[in-house]
Design a protein around this ligand. Structure first.
Ligand code: TRP
Length: 463
């Protein structure tokens, strides 16, 4: 149980060495499938840059202030999100119900984790396929069309499970080694690789792709395709891409040294995340547009079918750069998976005093089993519709991104804005009087009302 000591300056799980590794860890959490797989296809589906403008507004007005809130809570509590909330609720003598922010977060994390591992597995499968062509282990002439390859792959639960399992193992290995020996070491390596790969691919797409067309597509707004749905998608994605609303960033904040300035750090993290999403989008659309037969608005298959047929369809060096591309997706996914697992791990370690390794395996197995639902959504259960025409995967994806994360963020904002003693937060944020006032207005009014309006709209337009 957490003690009631209102302030401790370190966490029992370990501390980030410095500001730099925290930024890499939080950016590693933020940059993931959301940036490289999801962002480009939702941009495609919602008419390009008009959507990007709404998305950027959600990041600046709602995402950034809530990320500051989560880190502040984490650093004030210095425990896993569940116990941090418990401690802060006790300290503020608030209603017990607020601790649901911690519990809800762990549940949401499990649900996201379960499908995230499956999709990360897709990237790894593509990386190994492309890699074996690139290394000459498998003749390119044996490659099927991108669509056939995808259909074959998705029709095979065993293959999907194999690659899902590999990601579960990678995550368990890193997380079981702890904050400094596991997370921090892995993240520094993986993030360096990520920035390097992205840079190489950016240059490639400038030379080999239709880069100007891609820029035009991403930065010339077409408002006609923007609907009410697009707004909730943009807002949900702002939470998803910044890893907000489930305690991941709160857990990372609990390992943050006292002297790091939270607001400036958050702005940097949000900027890194946005830049990676936009660069990834530019790269992907430049490669897709280089092939006139292909369409940008191809839904979840954009990366694995459309992009893949572009790489395989005679782009210069397509197989080599395709390999790099799918390695990039896998690397980005792994640093996010680590952060999705950390809140639950930290809580069990605190509660039962067991070793991280043991609990990491248990949590890995639970998420793996839950993930089978996503695996089967693409084959055995593809005709089984949970709600409307949505598969198990569709429902989990929509429920977590569009409902649970925004709700988690909403209650986090309300808690820090209205319940926590002001002096406590003021010290943590170390903003000027004016800056603090502005942040407080956003966190008390703008963010909650924004999320509420979007919810109401969706509810009304759905009924
Ligand atoms: N932000 C990651 C992405 O864009 C996904 C992610 C990692 C996440 N940790 C999270 C999403 C916590 C919500 C909550 O792919």
């Amino acid at each position: 149980m957490p003690n009631n000591n209102p302030k401790s300056s370190t966490s029992r799980h370990g501390m980030w060495q410095n500001k730099g590794t925290f930024i890499l860890a939080a950016a590693g959490s933020a940059v993931g499938l959301g940036n490289i797989w999801k962002f480009p296809y939702i941009v495609g589906e919602n008419g390009g840059s008009a959507f990007i403008i709404i998305y950027l507004l959600s990041i600046v007005l709602i995402g950034v202030p809530i990320m500051m809130a989560e880190i502040t809570l984490g650093r004030e509590g210095r425990f896993s999100p569940i116990n941090t909330m418990q401690k802060l609720v006790d300290y503020a003598k608030a209603h017990k119900a607020w601790t649901l922010i911690g519990w809800g977060g762990v549940l949401t994390g499990f649900l996201i984790l379960s499908y995230y591992e499956v999709i990360s597995g897709w990237a790894l499968h593509y990386a190994t396929e492309y890699g074996s062509h690139a290394l000459g282990l498998k003749p390119v002439s044996e490659a099927m069309s991108a669509q056939d390859h995808w259909d074959n792959f998705q029709a095979s639960p065993l293959k999907l499970i194999l690659f899902q399992t590999l990601f579960v193992i990678l995550t368990v290995v890193v997380i079981s080694k702890g904050v400094n020996e596991g997370l921090e070491k892995a993240i520094v390596w993986l993030m360096s690789a990520l920035f390097l790969l992205l840079l190489v691919l950016l240059f490639y797409s400038m030379f080999a792709g239709a880069f100007a067309q891609s820029v035009n597509y991403m930065f010339n707004p077409d408002w006609s395709k923007l609907g009410v749905r697009s707004v909730i998608t943009a807002l949900g994605h702002a939470f998803f891409t910044l890893s907000l609303g489930m305690g991941a960033i709160m857990a990372y904040g609990s390992y943050l040294p006292e002297d790091v300035h939270i607001p400036s750090t958050v702005i940097l993290i949000a900027l890194l995340d946005t830049v990676v999403a936009i660069v990834a989008g530019l790269v992907i659309f430049a490669i897709v547009f280089a092939n006139p037969a292909l369409e940008p608005g191809a839904g979840p298959g954009l990366l694995f079918i459309t992009l893949s047929s572009a790489f395989m369809g005679g782009m210069p060096g397509g197989i080599f750069f395709g390999t790099l591309f799918f390695i990039l997706v896998g690397v980005a996914a792994l640093t996010s998976l680590i952060s999705l697992t950390e809140p639950a791990i930290a809580w069990v370690v605190e509660k039962y005093n067991v070793s991280r390794a043991r609990i990491a395996i248990t949590i890995g197995v639970v998420a793996w089993i839950l993930g089978l639902g996503t695996v089967f959504s693409f084959n055995l259960w593809s005709d089984f519709h949970l709600i409307g025409n949505q598969t198990f995967f569709d429902v989990i994806d929509a429920a977590t991104s569009n409902i649970m994360l925004p709700l988690g963020g909403l209650f986090t904002a309300l808690f820090i804005g209205w319940v926590m003693p002001k002096e406590q937060i003021f010290k943590q944020l170390s903003l000027s009087e004016l800056g603090f006032k502005a942040w407080q207005i956003v966190i008390r009014w703008v963010a909650p009302i924004g999320v509420a309006i979007v919810f109401l709209y969706t509810y009304i337009s759905a009924s």
